[in-house]
Structure formats: C-alpha cells, structure tokens
Design a protein around this ligand. Sequence first.
Ligand code: SF4
Length: 181
Amino acid sequence: MKPDHEKPKPLVGISSCLLGMRVRYDGQDKFKPDILALIAPHVRLLPLCPESMAGMGIPRAPVNLIQRNGAIEAVGRDDPGRNVSARLHTMGRIVGRTYPELCGYIVQSRSPSCGAATTPVYNSDQTQVIHTKGNGLFVAALLAAQPDLPILDDQNLEPGPIDRFLTAVNQRARLLANNSV
Ligand code: SF4
C-alpha cells in the first residue's frame, strides 16, 4: 500500500462557473475565490458544466424547473416548449459512471442543473414557485448514480461546513480505496 503522501488527493467535482469559467447562460461566471483558497489545496478539482457539456451553448436561453404530472422537468423560461430534461439527466448519469472515484461535489446553488435542494420549482406554466428545495436535474441523476456523494453548496462556504465536507470527502476516499484493495 502506498504511503499517504504518495496517494492522489480525493477527486471532487465542481460546477465550473464557481472556478471563474464563463459558462453560465448569460456568458458570466460565479467565481468564488474561497474555494481556491480553502478547498483546492486538499483535493483534485474536476470542473464540469453540465449545460455546456449537453450542447446547450454559451450564452444560452435560460431554463427553469417545473413540476408536471408528478415529475420535475427543465424547460425554457421564455420557450416552454423547449425541454432539456433528458440531456441533463444523461449528463448526470454519464458523469456518475465515468468517475466512480468521485469523493464529493461542490455545486452552484439554485441552478436548474447543478442546484442541490436549493433550486426553485415552478408550476407547469411557470407563473408560481411551488417550492425552493429542488435538485437540479444533473445533480439529481448524479446522486441517483452515487447516492452517498458528499455535496457542498456554494452558499455554505464557511469554515464549519467546509471542514465537514472535507472530512466526508476523505472518509469516502478511504472507503473507495479499501473497497478496491
Ligand atoms: S450548468 Fe452548472 S456549471 Fe454550468 S453555468 Fe450552470 S450552475 Fe454553472
């Protein structure tokens, strides 16, 4: 077994807009320098933008989550006939299968793709918010593939939540390493 200092740091996915990449629907970023200062030294960051990866373009028309017939879907805010649910689910499944060694994920809050229990969910004609605890569809599919994946929301970049997240990430890394022996 390799000594600790030779082991690779745990792999942690991150919404790439949080690292300053201009991939948002409006062509802007959501750069959070605290992530570079407080988290990046301890892990290997894997920046991903599921909407860009799904071919939705930059910039692109915004989408909202809606609840319809008991299901959550992602549809165009200004063009409700445009439904991107399947491609966002596909991205979550692909990432879940491609990176079984993922030990955590840092997400952009309120996103219809990346949000984790923070995204507004509208009624079917988008005239009313039903609740604000939705999962983005990429994250929902990723968590279906990797249910125990530790998640850190960008609204929680405080020392306490960061410490708890890194502890959970390291626990998962040890578990994955033990299971692969
Ligand atoms: S899909 Fe995710 S990574 Fe891409 S811009 Fe939206 S929140 Fe950021």
